[in-house]
Design a protein around this ligand. Structure first.
Ligand code: XMP
Length: 327
């Protein structure tokens, strides 16, 4: 039997009961696989790695070692939530690495988008690898691979590698408990494992994070403007009941300034751009028609609360011609 193929008889996990049956089965399967061995897991805080972490904690407790690398391009409150949920509430064996300075320094003068992505990806593997080398006697690597990843890899659409590859010099066996599940099933399982709604229903977030929403060469102040404006956007979308409805929404702070007036004085500052899109598979996307009143409120808050921003724009471009992210 091909263990990377979902059996045709496998029922779609849509209810808490089916999720619980899946959890019980996988907890046993993981225990049978790793016995009293240790499993290393890169925990990004995204849906897939979070659900795998919660499942593995249930199966093997502190024999799971989670590493959460903060590359400095995470959204406001994200590292704090990972620490709160996994370390404080679920009692995980969690190593938190704040590598933000290191990443920001690495991309400081890089304006080419592809080069930026490449540097961040490489540095991520390096940091994770360094942490892995400090630990000894770990023979298993947990991964949040899900079924669409396997299907896309098989069709040659995308080469999926969740961490970027196995840590070098380490011969590790993979533990991938949700690899036969679709995303909606992963969410049902996550809820059944007791993960908070905000984690399980999270919108997609690119690996290089806010770095691709700070176009051009990143500076700390412009990165903070992206982080703060994004937090305001998320807050206001939640208040307006749009959070569960819109597929992906975020802000971008481009690298140019325009004249304005702030507190009665001339300002020369960046715009923040709102992007809010709907899609089925991220290959094409349409624009959410956000009510004007919500946009007005967001504009007022961003221009008054975010240092360095004096103007708010709305990106009307569907995909194609624009990609969802700006870089
Ligand atoms: P684009 O910009 O290509 O984005 O239209 C399509 C979807 O993919 C997300 N995205 C990424 N996800 N790593 C990821 O895991 C990445 O490097 C990455 N780049 C873009 C993007 O947020 C959108 O949902």
């Amino acid at each position: 039997m091909n263990e990377n193929k979902r059996p045709e008889t496998m029922e779609r996990i849509t209810t808490p009961e089916l999720a619980q049956a899946f959890i019980d089965q996988e907890v046993q399967a993981v225990r049978d696989q790793v016995k009293d061995g240790k499993v290393l897991l890169a925990l990004s805080g995204g849906v897939d790695s979070s659900v795998v972490a919660a499942l593995l904690i249930k199966a093997i407790g502190r024999n799971l070692v989670c590493v959460h690398v903060n590359h400095g391009f995470l959204r406001k409150g994200e590292p704090e939530q990972v620490i709160q949920v996994f370390q404080k509430e679920l009692g995980a064996n969690l190593i938190y690495v704040d590598a933000s300075d290191r990443f920001i320094d690495k991309v400081a003068n890089v304006s080419d988008p592809e080069q930026k992505r490449h540097i961040i990806g490489e540095e991520f593997i390096k940091v994770f690898d360094e942490e892995a080398q400090k630990l000894s006697g770990i023979h298993f690597l947990g991964q949040g691979t899900i079924y669409p990843d396997i299907l896309e890899s098989e069709k040659g659409i995308k080469a999926h590698h969740n961490v970027g590859g196995l840590p070098s010099n380490m011969d590790m066996e993979l533990v991938e408990p949700v690899k036969l599940l679709y995303k909606d099933e992963v969410r049902v399982v996550g809820k059944q494992l007791g993960l908070p709604e905000s984690m399980v229903e999270r919108q997609p977030f690119p690996g290089p994070g806010l770095a691709v929403r700070t176009p051009g060469a990143i500076t700390r102040d412009r990165l903070e403007a992206v982080r703060e404006s994004d937090a305001i956007l998320r807050e206001e979308f939640a208040k307006a009941g749009l959070a569960g409805k819109v597929w992906q929404y975020f802000t971008i702070v481009p690298d140019f300034r325009t004249t304005g007036i702030v507190n009665g004085e001339r300002s020369f500052a960046w715009p923040a751009v709102i992007r809010a899109v709907n899609t089925r598979d991220a290959m094409t996307a349409t624009i959410e028609e956000v009510p004007y009143e919500v946009l007005r409120k967001i504009t007022e808050r961003i221009t008054h609360e975010v240092p360095g921003v004096n103007r708010v724009l709305f990106d009307l471009t569907p995909k194609p011609t624009g990609t969802i992210e700006w870089e």
